[in-house]
Design a protein around this ligand. Sequence first.
Ligand SMILES: *Cc1c(COP(=O)(O)O)cnc(C)c1O
Length: 359
Amino acid sequence: MGGANGLSDFRSDTVTRPTPGMRRAMAEAEVGDDVFGEDPTVNRLEERIAELLGKEAGLLVPSGSMSNLVAVRTLCRPGDEMICEAESHIFNNEQSAYAQICGVAARPVQGLRGILRLEQLFECIRPPGIHHARTRLLTLENTHNRGGGTIQPFDELTRICRWAHQSGLVTHLDGARLFNAVVATGIPASDWARHFDTVNICFSKGLGAPVGSALVATKELIAEARRHRKALGGGMRQAGILAAAALYALEHHIDRLAEDHALAKRLAAGIAEIPGLTLDPEVVETNMVFFRVDPAWGSASLLCERLKAEFGVLMLPSGPQRIRAVTHLDVGPQDVERALAALSQLMGAKVYPVGAARV
Ligand SMILES: *Cc1c(COP(=O)(O)O)cnc(C)c1O
């Protein structure tokens, strides 16, 4: 049970370790100097991810944060403004690098579980004029992390992006977990990507690679993005070792995301039965489970500390009373039962023996 250290680690799908098959692919990767464009495995990955997303070209970058940053840098000029969802990763979790490094302002709009409606955006485009920033970019996140691993409704996303382009904006998708949305909906990655000028994909989340993300777009935009990646220090040399892991993940770890989703539903169903815990949001759509702890019991951080110290179960406080648990490659059904038994015991509910059938 649990990962290599015997812990059941639900903090994030980034904690996955490369599988033996993935390590073999990395060890055997053909490599070259990628800054010279000479790493055949990187080139293969960039072609493959572009093809999967129906775009002309791809660019391997060290992290999702750099991928989003390079996208903003490529699409915007200083003094431009970016419309984004108020709980989005790019707005909250990347040090406002769009502002620090690109000189771009953000216009956050509060969605519901990370989901925006088109009518909320009509007022967000500033009129031209010497007093105003230039509204330039719209970013969406799919699946939406803090929203609860929620999937953007495809029709609304289509309407929003169509309106954005008709209004002269460009669009970026933070698709760190786009393949979770693909597997959950059956809508191909290229259909989602069609509505965006640039798309970020993370290999190091649910796909289970140790390092790496990709930006995909037209050849012209990726040529420009490649320049910005180099300026930001993201030009890597024999990166084929990393690209091999990402290629392996694309081949072997997409369909299995369905297992993570089923396990998250199982975890959520168990949590919903425990007094003092409530799911937030109630419906779990992909691999993330957020729940709230009754303040009468104590704080989210106290519950997480006790889960770890007394039961070897790791979860992430994501607010004073809110906790995040994420399923992934390195947790199985036994880890879920262990977590539910631990939560039941700590909350003072009936204790279910680990691995026992529950009804
Ligand atoms: C993880 C994540 C990123 C990028 O994170 P890195 O840690 O920089 O790879 C971007 N967007 C979302 C929604 C994420 O969850």
